[in-house]
Design a protein around this ligand. Structure first.
Ligand code: PEP
Length: 249
């Protein structure tokens, strides 16, 4: 069994003071050897601060919420994988549904972002997931397979180095979680797709994200193909995030 990964996505939240108030109790709570891998994905301006807050502690890895699809140059506002690497970033979210929706990121762009991250030695957390309408129209499998297939296509044999996050759009920030059975069914589809692409599909961690919290984490994480969680709202409250980490250990 792969070691589970619990990653917090702070989204556009935080401040110098709030980050200290969040990271300190997290470090104290996880101790030196948590039973799962833990990461926090901070907003880009705070990466240096959170890197230094985490410095010396191996227990919590630093993550970014996005990475440019370009290597360097005239891409105002973009942050390259090499820049993230400079600040000790280990994971970068690629293709979060909020970016697909608000920034119009396409499957191909998400695949290119994953490739840039991998080339810099950063693990991309590639997000896939259907909207409520797509689910109601019976399109869930088609959508998530299409989204993952672009990433597989562009990343070839490196595909076993990525992390996938299944995040049904209708469950993100809504308090409406997929049931463990609904989530497992989609995770199994993604695992089968990975198996067709690599002999190492079993070691690719497939996280669930979408209103995961201290109360529902254990049941979701008990599913055979759920290898961790990508946590939004609940990752901003240290006690809640610590309970989710405990459920994954
Ligand atoms: C997310 O932003 O990736 C997420 C899963 O958010 P939430 O946990 O708040 O639904």
């Amino acid at each position: 069994m792969t070691r589970k990964l619990i990653a917090g996505n702070w989204k556009m939240n935080g401040s110098l003071a709030a980050n200290v108030a969040l990271v300190q109790p997290l470090l104290a709570g996880v101790g030196s050897t948590p039973g799962c891998d833990v990461a926090v994905c901070a907003p880009a301006p705070y990466l240096a601060q959170v890197q230094s807050l985490l410095a010396g502690a191996q227990a919590i890895a630093l993550g970014a919420q996005d990475v440019s699809q370009h290597e360097s140059g005239a891409f105002t506002g973009d942050v390259s994988a090499a820049m993230l690497k400079d600040f000790g970033v280990r994971y970068a979210i690629a293709g979060h549904s909020e970016r697909r929706l608000h920034q119009g990121e396409t499957d191909m762009q998400v695949a290119a972002k994953a490739k840039r991250a991998l080339a810099a030695g950063i693990t991309p957390i590639v997000c896939v997931g259907e909207t409520l309408r797509e689910r109601e129209e019976g399109m869930t499998e088609f959508i998530v397979k299409r989204q993952l297939s672009a990433v597989i296509h562009l990343n070839g044999h490196c595909i076993s180095e990525i992390v996938v996050a299944y995040e049904p759009v209708w469950a993100i920030g809504t308090g409406q979680t997929a049931t463990p059975e609904q989530a497992q069914a989609v995770h199994a589809v993604l695992r089968a797709q990975l198996k067709a692409a690599t002999g190492h599909a079993q070691r690719v961690r497939i996280l669930y994200g979408g209103s995961m919290n201290a109360a529902n984490a254990a049941q979701l994480l008990a599913q055979p193909d759920i290898d961790g969680g990508l946590i939004g709202g609940a990752s901003l409250k240290a006690p809640d995030f610590l309970q989710i980490i405990a459920a994954a250990a």
